[in-house]
Design a protein around this ligand. Structure first.
Ligand code: TRP
Length: 377
């Protein structure tokens, strides 16, 4: 494996000075625009010098992954890895209990998430690991918490949204602080690139602040931690088959592990509307447009073209199109997944090797942290 020391990276010159705290809304909008611009530059650098980048990204093991994850993130991971970027993948088990009272079927969920990533084309020798098996990563949470104020934690818009979505009225200490834990996820292995959707930007921003503050306050200004960049992926917003947000409990998802028959059954039951002519108008016709988008993503075509081809043939023809498109696009992935799942020891082996590598990186980083903090006795 390559050394965990990456070439030094400089901050983008556009960073907002930390002491100015504009209203949360303007921070969000400005940070989004900045990240978008920056992501374009990063894509050029990745194409030119993929070896400069180390990616850390991950999933919460709350269930098997679905087609929204595939088009939103998995596909992008595989693209980056194939471009030559080093990849570390976290199955964020401690993050499961941020917004729920129980870990649920966590062992099986971890297994499904690993299988989904491998089936999507993530290399089996990728460092794939779980929080709970990497103690030195978790220990970084302590110094990092000292660098974050309660007011900053309470301002994080994603934490607020997630708490609201989960119907949580009293936020736990873990829920409030998980963005800091996520900074440890990213920084323990000195990752410098975090491919994310828009909702995760506040967490990457928090990570950047923690890295800078750590370097300033505890490392005498040396760049012990890189200040990582978010790489915004253009995740198409796929809704569930009922036109609402995809969610396992609503039974409105198409999971990667579903059979062609189960996929057809769910898509046949999808909600549409009463207009015969099929068009792509996401605002006015969210349910129909979502099916059009799904077919278009699977066929690599523009949604408007897919809609135009169906034209006046109505919802039944739309459903036939989308069922065929999804099942055709997913067939190779599903075949690979079935093979991987048939190997009883595979997931355990992948995680054992990944946990071992993650532990080595985390311990080396923690040693550096303790050294600069003069905590080596
Ligand atoms: N919060 C991320 C999600 O809900 C999962 C995650 C945990 C993650 N740690 C991370 C993503 C570190 C990127 C980097 O999808």
């Amino acid at each position: 494996m390559s050394s965990h020391v990456l070439p030094e990276r400089t901050d983008p010159p556009v960073a907002v000075p930390e002491h100015r705290a504009p209203s949360p809304d303007s921070t969000d909008a400005a940070s989004f625009r900045r990240s978008k611009r920056r992501s374009g530059e990063l894509e050029e650098q990745i194409a030119a010098e993929p070896g400069r980048f180390r990616v850390l990204t991950g999933d919460r093991p709350t269930g098997a992954l679905h087609i929204g994850h595939y088009f939103g993130t998995l596909r992008n991971r595989v693209r980056l890895q194939r471009a030559g970027v080093e990849m570390m993948l976290l199955v964020a088990d401690y993050q499961v209990i941020t917004d729920r009272d129980s870990v649920g079927q966590i062992e099986d969920n971890v297994r499904q998430v690993v299988l989904d990533n491998l089936a999507a084309g993530v290399e089996p020798d990728t460092t794939i690991f779980v929080h709970s098996a990497v103690p030195a990563l978790n220990q970084l949470l302590l110094p990092f918490l000292s660098l974050t104020t309660v007011a900053e934690l309470q301002r994080n818009p994603t934490v607020k949204d997630e708490a609201a979505a989960a119907g949580i009225s009293s936020i736990s200490g873990l829920m409030l602080t998980y963005p800091v834990h996520q900074a440890a996820d990213i920084l323990f292995g000195k990752a410098n690139l975090v491919p994310v959707g828009k909702d995760q930007l506040p967490h990457v921003e928090a990570t950047r602040q923690i890295a800078r503050r750590f370097n300033d306050r505890y490392a005498g200004g040396q760049p012990l931690f890189p200040v990582p960049d978010a790489l915004l992926s253009e995740a198409p917003l796929l809704l569930g088959t009922d036109g609402r947000k995809m969610s396992k409990s609503a039974q409105n998802t198409i999971e990667l592990r579903h059979s062609a028959d189960e996929t057809a059954r769910r898509l046949r039951a999808a909600r549409t509307d009463s207009e015969r002519r099929i068009t792509y108008e996401p605002e006015r016709r969210p349910e129909v447009s979502n099916l059009v988008l799904l077919a278009a993503l699977c066929q690599g075509r523009a949604p408007a073209d897919v809609a135009a081809d169906i034209g006046d043939r109505g919802a039944a023809a739309l459903k036939a199109t989308v069922i065929e498109a999804v099942n055709e696009a997913m067939a190779p992935l599903r075949a690979r997944r079935a093979e991987l799942a048939a190997d009883p020891g595979l997931v355990r082996q992948v995680l054992r090797a990944g946990n071992e590598r993650a532990n080595a990186l985390a311990e080396a980083t923690l040693q550096e942290v303790r050294a600069v903090m003069r905590m080596r006795y």
